[in-house]
Design a protein around this ligand. Structure first.
Ligand code: SF4
Length: 352
């Protein structure tokens, strides 16, 4: 069943620290916090517009929800809890900081019907966390995940490749550590330079250089492959496109792209094809025919056919032909080369 999310933005509510990369008011386009009454009105207004079978969730984003006093948390949660009790929605989810989770907080979330918590983790490298002024270390993440899992609350981790001080070894360490924590899902949002942040100041002084779009795509693809290989779902790569993010007033620099997730998936297909070619293609004189599911076509081609052109040029191939076939499983490629057929999927990419 498809999802329908009723988002409630609480820009910076509860935040104990001003993380160097964050400006929720710019990202969400919201300047003022919400009240319980407003939450109730938003839910009511949205529910009447849903006329299809959907899994409906109320989601609190953009602040440190569990850092708020319990009375305020409950005021905001109450309308969602009522909607849950009356079967109008299926779940309540929220995002918060790892160091704002303890037994009492978790017990209250359970009482209010919250079943999904996303932790803003960003990195599990303590030096990177300190550089981002997060105000907590990686142990706080370990402790929070444990408490949430013990309480049977679905736990997601949000990671941010490309923060100051992070290099490839640091990212690999973060991904491997995150895998050991066994979260239910992850989101990968590469760092971008948002106006009116410390990161923006660092960028203007030349102290911080964001990842290029290509670097961010490669790092996100690598992380996604590793998580999925351990059956940890990556529910999103890259920030959701919005009017605020699409203008160069909010995003000053960095790897923001409205179709970032598509670029990541396209790079994964590129790695699959490059891996196949390196292992199996012996002569550039033969055609390579790729049978693929129609819904994978744009990802395999890449924007402006870039993925295919890169392969042709890099490996000096004569011709690569694409044949859409509904019978091919999504995410899988069937490759015909010199009279032989090969099946290839992303688990066959050598990336460790
Ligand atoms: S990243 Fe989270 S904790 Fe840090 S300022 Fe933004 S909303 Fe607050």
């Amino acid at each position: 069943m498809k999802y329908y999310i009723i988002p409630i933005f609480i820009p910076h509510l509860g935040c104990l620290h001003q993380c160097i990369f964050c400006n929720q008011r710019k990202i969400t386009g919201r300047q003022t916090p919400v009240t319980g009454k407003q939450v109730a009105a938003i839910i009511k207004e949205r529910l009447v517009t849903i006329n299809q079978d959907r899994r409906i969730e109320v989601a609190f984003y953009g602040g440190s929800f569990t850092a708020l006093p319990e009375a305020i948390q409950n005021e905001l949660l109450e309308p969602a809890s009522q909607a849950l009790k009356h079967g109008q929605i299926h779940a309540i989810r929220l995002s918060t900081r790892p160091d704002c989770i303890n037994e009492q907080i978790v017990a209250n979330l359970r009482r209010q019907g919250v079943s999904i918590v996303e932790l803003g983790v960003q990195s599990l490298d303590d030096n990177v966390l300190a550089g981002a002024a997060r105000g907590h270390n990686s142990q706080a993440v370990v402790d929070a995940v444990k408490l949430l899992k013990n309480a049977d609350i679905t736990c997601g981790l949000q990671l941010m490749p490309g923060l100051p001080g992070e290099d490839w070894p640091s990212l690999i360490k973060t991904v491997r550590h995150a895998i050991r924590l066994s979260p239910d899902f992850t989101r990968i949002y590469p760092a971008i330079v948002i106006a009116d942040t410390v990161l923006a100041e660092m960028y203007s002084k030349g102290i911080y250089r964001p990842l290029t779009l290509e670097q961010a795509v490669v790092r996100s693809a690598y992380s996604k492959l590793l998580f999925e290989r351990q059956s940890i779902q990556v529910v999103r790569t890259g920030l959701q496109a919005s009017e605020e993010l699409d203008n160069r007033v909010t995003v000053l620099a960095g790897p923001y792209h409205p179709a970032f997730g598509e670029l990541v998936d396209s790079h994964i297909f590129y790695l699959m094809l490059a891996g196949f070619i390196e292992q199996n293609v012996t002569t550039t004189e033969s055609d390579l025919i790729i049978h693929l599911h129609p819904q994978d076509s744009s990802k395999v081609r890449g924007q402006h056919n870039r993925c295919i052109t890169r392969l042709e040029q890099r490996y000096n191939l004569k011709t690569i032909k694409l044949c859409e076939n509904i019978a091919v499983k999504k995410g899988t490629l069937l490759l015909d080369y010199q009279g032989l057929s090969y099946g290839f999927n992303k688990n066959m990419i050598n990336c460790i």
